[in-house]
Design a protein around this ligand. Structure first.
Ligand code: APR
Length: 238
């Protein structure tokens, strides 16, 4: 049986589905990924822009980079892959979307149950009082931004070396364990603990389907590989 047919059959039979998405699902919306040939981490150093140490050293530099990314994301719209996941959620009694993306395109597409395990680029958090608020201004009028309490604000995202938001991983594991089908879409599966959800789901008995134009860290472990862009393959699968 062809891979797509096999994947369609598993998905059609499943009542409980979980999905892990990464930067690749937003690539066709015009948002750069991190590790591909044109990936952000080819041009920029993660340790200078996406760590708590980098922010402590130069908050303005970090914010300039986030301001630039917010500008790119603000112009982007959900693509057929984001929309296909909304349709899938409508059809399945149990459905959880776990995303590493901070771009908010799943929200814009209309997905309901989203675990944003790496946070949200459209939220700011005060480094002093911990307040957390939405902010969609692009560009930000003043860099770095501050909280009403006067404290320095940071992007509401998870940086390298930081823990995931409280309880997030437990909830993601719960969804992965309950899933009959686990879709892994557009992630290189290099970053942990997110990547650990793939073997976790597999061990718990899910059929794991990868959608990605390229081979990843998890390709040898999954039950079915669909090679190609998510914007073409996900609508076909769903
Ligand atoms: N459809 C599906 N997948 C695609 C597409 C596409 N059209 N285009 C590229 N890809 C794939 C690439 O082949 C690659 O495997 O998307 C993946 C993107 O991988 P990364 O850039 O490593 O992104 P991601 O896995 O989400 O990174 C994880 O690292 O620095 C960070 O915090 C950031 O959440 C991010 C984390």
């Amino acid at each position: 049986m062809a891979d797509l047919e096999q994947a369609c059959e598993w998905l059609a039979q499943a009542t409980s589905v979980a999905v892990l998405t990464g930067a690749g699902i937003s690539a066709e919306s015009g948002i750069p990924t991190f590790r591909g040939a044109d990936g952000l981490w080819k041009q920029y150093k993660a340790e200078e822009l996406a760590t708590p140490e980098a922010f402590a050293k130069d908050p303005k530099l970090v914010w300039e980079w986030y301001n630039w990314r917010r500008g790119i994301i603000a112009k982007a719209a959900p693509n057929p892959a984001h929309k296909a996941l909304v349709q899938l959620e409508i059809r399945k009694p149990a459905f959880t979307l776990i995303t590493q993306n901070v771009d908010g395109l799943h929200d814009l597409a209309g997905s309901g149950k989203i675990l944003r395990i790496h946070g949200d680029i459209w939220r700011l958090r005060c480094t002093v009082c911990g307040a957390n608020w939405p902010n969609r201004k692009t560009p930000l009028p003043k860099i770095p931004p501050h909280c009403a309490c006067g404290g320095l604000a940071r992007p509401g995202v998870v940086w390298f070396g930081e823990p995931l938001p409280d309880g997030m991983m437990k909830e993601a594991e719960h969804a992965a364990a309950a899933a009959q089908v686990f879709l892994v879409v557009g992630t290189s599966a290099n970053v942990y603990p997110a990547a650990s959800l793939v073997p976790f789901a597999k061990q718990a008995g899910a059929k794991v389907i990868e959608i990605n134009p390229d081979e990843t860290q998890m390709s040898s472990l999954v039950d079915c590989v669909l090679r190609g862009p998510a914007g073409e393959l996900l609508p076909k699968l769903v």
